[in-house]
Design a protein around this ligand. Structure first.
Ligand SMILES: *[C@@H]1O[C@H](CO)[C@@H](O)[C@H](O)[C@H]1NC(C)=O
Ligand SMILES: *[C@@H]1O[C@H](CO)[C@@H](O)[C@H](O)[C@H]1NC(C)=O
Ligand SMILES: *[C@@H]1O[C@H](CO)[C@@H](O)[C@H](O)[C@H]1NC(C)=O
Ligand SMILES: *[C@@H]1O[C@H](CO)[C@@H](O)[C@H](O)[C@H]1NC(C)=O
Length: 398
C-alpha cells in the first residue's frame, strides 16, 4: 500500500455568497503545490513512499459476544458503518476525519469509506463519496438537509442492516457560520446555530436506531488571520473567511466575530451536554480535542508557516492522520479526561480502549459536573485559545 499525501482545500469559509469564481482560481492555485514541489521545499514535512502505518494492535480488538443493545456497551469492533457530516473541513479531511483505517483494524468488514471528497457544486453519487456526505460551503443552516440525505442513505446502504447494526457519525460544522457571520448576523447568529444543530440532531435521534454521533467541537479560528505568504493562494484567503480575515486588528468587527466563535463553542457544549441526546440506543458525544489546538509557532512566537503550503490553507506536517487519531482517542476517554490537542506539531499517540472499559464513552457529564472544555472561562484563557488553523491536510491510503 502506498501512501500518497493529498493537500486538499480545507477549512473555513468556502462562501457561497461570493459565487464560484474564486473557487476555480483556488483550484488553479492549488495545482502549483504538488507533492513534488512540497517535498523539494520541505522534505522533512512529507513521508517517503515506503512509509507504512506503524502497526497498531490492542490487547482486545474483538466485538461483543452479541450485538449490544445499550449505547453504553458498544466496542469499536461492534461499529458496522461510519460516516461524516459537516462543512469544508470535514469534506477535505476525507476518510481521515473518519478514523476509518483504525476502525478497520478492529472490524475489517467496516462499511462506509469515503474515497473522494465531495467537491463544491458537484453532485456525486454514493459510489463516489462513500459515506462522507459533508459538503463544501455548507453552513449549519444546511445541516438538516445533509442529515436527511444521510438517513436516507443509511436506509438503503448495501450490506447495512438499518435496525440492527451500530452506526457512527462524526460531525464538524459551524466554522462557515463564523466566516459568513458579517454577511447576515441574523442567519448566522448563535441562536440559529443551536436551532439548526438541534433540528438535525433530533432528526438523527428520532429516526436512526443504534447510532452514536461524535460532535467535534469547532475550532477557535482567530489565528487564521496570522498566516501570511506572498502568494496568490494566500491572497485568496481573504475570500475564504472574509468576516474573520478582513477586519483590522482591534476593530469592533473582529471582536464581534471572535466572540461569536467562542459563543458557538459554548452553546454547542451546552446543547450536547444537556442530557437531551442520551438514550438506550442513541447518544451524541461532544469530542473536544480541537477546541484549543494551536498552530505550530516558532520560538519568537510567530506562526511557523513552513507547516502551511503557499496557499495558507494546506497543512504540510507529517502525520496528517492527527485529526482522526485525536478523534479516536477522545472516543475512548471519559468525560473530564478527554485530551485536547495543544498543537498539530506533536504527533498524537493512538490509545487502546481500556480493559476496564472497552466501550466508546457515551454518557454525558452529570449536569452539576465541571465542564470538560470551554473557551469562555476567562478573558485570560480565551486569549490563548483564539487559535488554530482550520487547516489540515490529509493522507489518503491508496
Ligand atoms: C455504484 O456501483 C455499483 C457497483 O459497482 C453499480 O452497480 C451501481 O450502478 C453504481 N451506482 C451508481 C448510482 O452509480
Ligand atoms: C444552504 O441553506 C441556505 C438557507 O436555507 C440556502 O439558501 C442555500 O442554498 C443552501 N446551500 C446549499 C449549498 O445547499
Ligand atoms: C438574513 O437571513 C434572514 C433569515 O434567513 C433573511 O430573512 C434575511 O432576508 C437575510 N438578510 C439579508 C440582508 O440577506
Ligand atoms: C521570527 O523568527 C523568524 C525565523 O527565525 C523570522 O523570519 C521572523 O521574522 C521572526 N519574527 C519576529 C516577529 O521577530
Amino acid at each position: 500500500m502506498k501512501l500518497f499525501t493529498v493537500f486538499v482545500a480545507t477549512s473555513v469559509g468556502f462562501s457561497l455568497v461570493q459565487g464560484n469564481e474564486w473557487w476555480w482560481e483556488y483550484e488553479d492555485a492549488k495545482k502549483q503545490y504538488s507533492e513534488e514541489e512540497l517535498s523539494k521545499e520541505y522534505p522533512e514535512k512529507t513521508r517517503p513512499d515506503t512509509f507504512k502505518h506503524p502497526p497498531f494492535r490492542c490487547p482486545d480488538m474483538s466485538p461483543s459476544p452479541s450485538v449490544p443493545t445499550s449505547v453504553e456497551f458498544v466496542k469499536a469492533a461492534d461499529i458496522k458503518v461510519i460516516a461524516a457530516l459537516g462543512d469544508s473541513l470535514t469534506v477535505s479531511s476525507g476518510n481521515l476525519f473518519l478514523p476509518v483505517y483504525i476502525f478497520r483494524l478492529f472490524n475489517p468488514e467496516l462499511l462506509g469509506p469515503a474515497p473522494k471528497p465531495t467537491r463544491f457544486g458537484q453532485t456525486l453519487t454514493i459510489n463516489d463519496t462513500g459515506l462522507n456526505l459533508a459538503v463544501t460551503g455548507h453552513n449549519t443552516a444546511n445541516f438538516s438537509e445533509q442529515t436527511r440525505h444521510l438517513i436516507e442513505t443509511f436506509k438503503i446502504y448495501p450490506g447495512l442492516n438499518f435496525a440492527e447494526d451500530w452506526k457512527l457519525v462524526s460531525v464538524l460544522i459551524g466554522m462557515n457560520d463564523v466566516c459568513d457571520y458579517c454577511k447576515n448576523k441574523t442567519l448566522f447568529s448563535a441562536d440559529n446555530f443551536v436551532k439548526f444543530m438541534m433540528e438535525a440532531l433530533d432528526m438523527l435521534m428520532n429516526e436512526v436506531p443504534r447510532l452514536i454521533v461524535n460532535v467535534v467541537q469547532i475550532l477557535s479560528m482567530e489565528a487564521l488571520r496570522e498566516i501570511h505568504k506572498p502568494t496568490l493562494g494566500c491572497l485568496l484567503q481573504k475570500s475564504f473567511c472574509s468576516c474573520l480575515v478582513r477586519p483590522s486588528a482591534d476593530s469592533p468587527e473582529l471582536k464581534e466575530v471572535v466572540a461569536l466563535n467562542l459563543e458557538l463553542q459554548r452553546r454547542l457544549e451546552q446543547l450536547v451536554h444537556s442530557g437531551r441526546y442520551f438514550k438506550d440506543d442513541f447518544a451524541v458525544v461532544l469530542q473536544p480535542y480541537l477546541t484549543k489546538t494551536q498552530p505550530p509557532r516558532l520560538q519568537n512566537g510567530t506562526i511557523d508557516t513552513s507547516f502551511f503550503s503557499p496557499d495558507c490553507f494546506h497543512f504540510t506536517i507529517k502525520g496528517h492522520e492527527e485529526l482522526a487519531k485525536g478523534l479516536w482517542n477522545n472516543m475512548f476517554q471519559p468525560e473530564g479526561e478527554k485530551v485536547l490537542i495543544q498543537t498539530f506539531s506533536e504527533p498524537v499517540q493512538l490509545m487502546c480502549p481500556s480493559e476496564d472499559h472497552p466501550y466508546i464513552y457515551t454518557r454525558p457529564p452529570a449536569p452539576t459536573g465541571p465542564a470538560t472544555t470551554t473557551a469562555t472561562d476567562s478573558a485570560a484563557s480565551s486569549v490563548s485559545q483564539l487559535l488554530v488553523l482550520p487547516v489540515l491536510a490529509v493522507v489518503y491510503l491508496i
